[in-house]
Design a protein around this ligand. Structure first.
Ligand code: URA
Length: 233
């Protein structure tokens, strides 16, 4: 990219004003005085009056209350609705952190911060994710214990987890379950492994971050404090 465009995109001044700075000899590329129209790339070191100019690759972070009926991909070859459609218009090129099934609703994060996305999805970091699972019929404490101590899914045992009943009637039971893995359709498969059918699944928390104040389908930017919290989760 041309040096004046680069400087303007870094917020130094308008392109024309940047040309003036270049003419005045205030701009250096890799220690040499820049020329008008000179090209720069990401590896070049650019200074203005001796001060290093770094391209502001602004990080963006969003939280969405995903409704069911949306896929967690940037585009879907079956033409289904994607979660990207629910981002604010001003959002840049962000991507979902992990995924929720088509039929699962709840808390989904988006960012263009590859480091944070990697941190939050790497199994070794054991990030706690909490779900509300509504299951058909009832469940006993000893059945819940099986979930708590681990069940076999896809040929491997699940890690220990927390699970407790929050509501029950004749037809269904609500179980809040916190897992620290992120295997494919894990919660549904865990209930399946003890013979229970999940009729509604919603992610309600990642760590202590909740959907508080976000209606189904709503999306907002994370606050700086929330981003800091996630970085050290
Ligand atoms: N577990 C599931 O079964 N589905 C999800 O979307 C997330 C966790």
């Amino acid at each position: 990219m041309r040096i004046n465009k680069f400087l303007a995109e870094c917020g130094v001044a308008s392109r024309r004003q940047c040309d003036k700075l270049i003419e005045d000899g205030a701009v250096k590329i890799n220690g040499k005085t820049a020329l008008l129209g000179q090209e720069v790339n990401d590896n070049d070191s650019v200074t203005v009056n001796g001060k290093r100019i770094v391209k502001d690759k602004r990080k963006e972070y969003y939280i969405l209350n995903k409704p069911k009926g949306y896929v967690c991909t940037v585009s879907d070859d079956k033409g289904r609705k994607t979660v990207m459609e629910l981002l604010p218009k001003h959002a840049g090129r962000v991507f979902p952190i992990g995924r929720l099934d088509y039929d699962t609703e709840g808390l989904l994060l988006f960012t263009n911060d590859g480091d944070l996305a990697f941190r939050l999805t790497h199994p070794k970091n054991e990030i706690p994710k909490t779900y509300m699972a509504k299951i058909e019929g009832n469940i006993t404490e000893s059945e819940l214990d099986k979930l708590r101590f681990g069940v076999e899914i896809d040929g491997r045992m699940t890690h220990r987890c927390n699970a407790h009943i929050t509501d029950a009637d004749k037809e269904s039971t609500k179980v809040v379950i916190t897992i620290t893995e992120g295997r494919n359709r894990q919660v549904r498969k865990m209930f399946e492994a003890i013979g229970k059918n999940v009729i509604l699944l919603k992610r309600i928390k990642i760590g202590d971050l909740t959907l508080h104040g976000l209606n189904r389908g709503d999306c907002r930017s994370l606050t700086a404090a929330e981003v800091e919290y996630l970085k050290f989760l």
